[in-house]
Design a protein around this ligand. Structure first.
Ligand code: HSE
Length: 549
């Protein structure tokens, strides 16, 4: 039996009205309804009254006064109300209602019923796309292999005769290839206003291609795909990915389409990382680069923010170490992860203007569930996303972002690893499964705080600016010295802060690039933080249009 939507109302000292509804495939007898109500109520008040006390003291005083049954998609839901009488002394204060938790349980119940009646059915899909199937294996940077893979992609604008007008558009973390509406999928895309005839990505001139990244869940091969080796979903048997792996897969698509060189590689956020990586990996095949709100390597704060998202998700028991595809997806963990992510995507100043300190309903008592408008906004953002995107994709793609580092040392280490793994594949040596498994162990002793230096630090002292970008990055980006580059950032971005785009621009210049355009949008122009790239057509779009010519 599953239960949901419980509202508790303490009436006086001795009775409790328990409204309940639950979905069930079988249960409908009056006796069971009462039992359901008691179970539900007992669970809710367990925090203030241990359950055994509950069963001892709270007895049904009435049978359900009314009960209704609804049926949707073959799922039967029962709703009713029962009065329970208490024989216990009252606590000093009434127990609090938690509608936000009830809603979560309700969602679990609905999903459970759905999976029982119709089998698992992932809701993350963006509609019709083109698909490129690559039957050649893809060796990944950390030694994993995809024996074959699909790339979902969409395109807009005519491809010219010599295929020289292609713009490869890279997505942010959660976007699909659907950047703009198409004939087969007329829904608005995530850059609907940026792409089109005469637009920033002008489809009168350019053939724009956007792909879903490998590791994703919108048609490209990812953890929810079937492993051809055993016919089961990869789940967390999917190998660790890097940005460079995603870009290599995209270039396989370009090979398949006969496109030798891009007019431009364009992307924002994670796509801003990839637009640089494309140039670094395939300098001869990329004409120009636009990297918006991106970086040349992830910094610890952004890794930390993604770490917290992954942790809340992995702590959801429904995540089940990644093997949830036959069951209920970890929607609660996903919801929380998206709430944290949303905090990093927008900006304090925007929320100051938009929500201030307003509460959703100031006439009500403050609650521990979402209450301030900003809380209800985050709750909504989490709710919207939690079943749209595959949880394992979030883990893999976000980890790939953490691993991003275009510094020369990291590139060299990656090349060495790739050479060893290529040799293994070419000589047909079996993989050493032990070595390929994650052998990370927790440290024997917890992280220890380092002792403070003797002299007290002056926390208000101005931050010393280093004399220039790190040499490791300069060496790492030296292959881009001849590529015209647009590097754009937004002052209110806390996830990819503006200093990271300054760093890219300075690094490119130091590497000898004389065609770097660096634009930083101040708070007076763009208040939307990291997500400005999705919203600010005038400034983000305008500068991009100018750069592309
Ligand atoms: N809000 C964007 C930003 C991260 O790229 C996304 O979810 O994709």
């Amino acid at each position: 039996m599953a239960t949901n939507n419980l509202f508790l109302d303490i009436e006086g000292a001795s009775s409790l009205i328990c409204s309940f509804s639950y979905v069930s495939l079988a249960m409908n007898s009056t006796r069971n309804l009462v039992a359901a109500a008691r179970t539900v109520a007992g669970r809710r008040i367990a925090a203030t009254r241990p359950r055994r006390q509950f069963s001892k003291y709270w007895k049904p005083a009435t049978l359900p006064a009314s009960q209704t049954e609804t049926k949707q998609n073959g799922i039967r839901s029962f709703h009713g109300q029962v009065q329970l009488r208490s024989g216990a002394t009252e606590a000093s204060n009434p127990a609090m209602a938690f509608p936000c938790l009830d809603a979560l349980e309700s969602k679990s119940a609905t999903l459970e019923a759905r999976s029982l009646s119709s089998g698992p059915e992932p809701s993350y899909t963006s509609g019709v796309t083109l698909k490129y199937y690559c039957k050649e294996p893809l060796l990944l940077d950390w030694g994993g292999v995809l024996p074959e893979f699909d790339i979902a992609y969409e395109s807009w604008g005519e491809l010219n005769a010599d295929k020289s007008n292609v713009i490869l558009l890279h997505t942010g973390l959660s976007a699909s290839s659907h950047a703009h509406s198409t004939e087969s999928n007329p829904k608005s895309g995530w850059w609907e206003k940026f792409i089109g005839p005469g637009g920033c990505l002008d489809t009168n001139k350019y053939h724009v291609i956007c792909t879903n990244v490998i590791g994703g869940c919108y048609g490209s091969t990812g953890p929810s795909s079937i492993d051809p080796a055993d016919g089961q979903r990869y789940a967390t048997r999917f190998p660790i990915l890097t940005m460079e792996d995603m870009v290599r897969a995209q270039f396989r698509l370009l090979d398949g389409l006969g496109i030798k060189k891009l007019y431009a590689s364009v992307g924002a956020s994670m796509g801003g990382m990839q637009s640089l990586a494309a140039g670094v990996l395939f300098p001869e095949r990329v004409g120009r680069i636009a990297s918006i709100s991106g970086c040349a390597r992830s910094h610890p704060y952004s890794i930390a923010m993604r770490h917290t998202q992954r942790q809340v998700l992995m702590m959801d028991p429904k995540w089940n170490r990644g093997f949830y595809y036959d069951s209920i997806p970890p929607h609660a963990g996903m919801k929380l992860a998206r709430e944290i992510a949303t905090v990093t995507y927008r900006s304090g100043p925007e929320w100051e203007q938009r929500f201030g300190r307003r509460r959703a309903d100031p006439s009500k008592q403050p609650a521990l569930c979402p209450d301030f408008l900003i809380e209800t906004y985050l709750d909504h953002a989490g709710e919207k996303f939690c079943l749209e995107y595959d949880a394992n994709s979030l883990l893999y793609v976000s980890k790939a972002m953490d691993l991003f580092d275009l510094g020369a040392k990291n590139q060299a280490a990656s090349s060495t690893r790739r050479a060893a793994h290529t040799h293994r594949l070419e000589t047909g040596q079996a993989e050493d499964r032990e070595a390929a498994m994650c052998s990370l162990t927790l440290p024997d002793s917890p992280y220890e705080e380092q002792p403070e230096s003797e002299a007290p630090a002056d926390l208000n002292a101005p931050v010393e600016r280093s004399s220039g970008p790190p040499q490791d990055l300069v060496l790492g980006l030296k292959g881009l010295r001849d590529h015209p580059a647009l590097i754009m950032g937004v002052e209110s971005d806390i996830l990819f802060p503006a200093w990271q785009q300054r760093e890219i621009a300075e690094t490119l210049r130091k590497a000898g690039n004389k065609s770097v355009t660096h634009v930083e949008l101040g708070e007076d122009l763009s208040l939307f933080g990291h997500d400005s790239f999705l919203l600010d057509l005038e400034h983000i779009g305008g500068n991009l249009r100018q750069f592309l010519g």
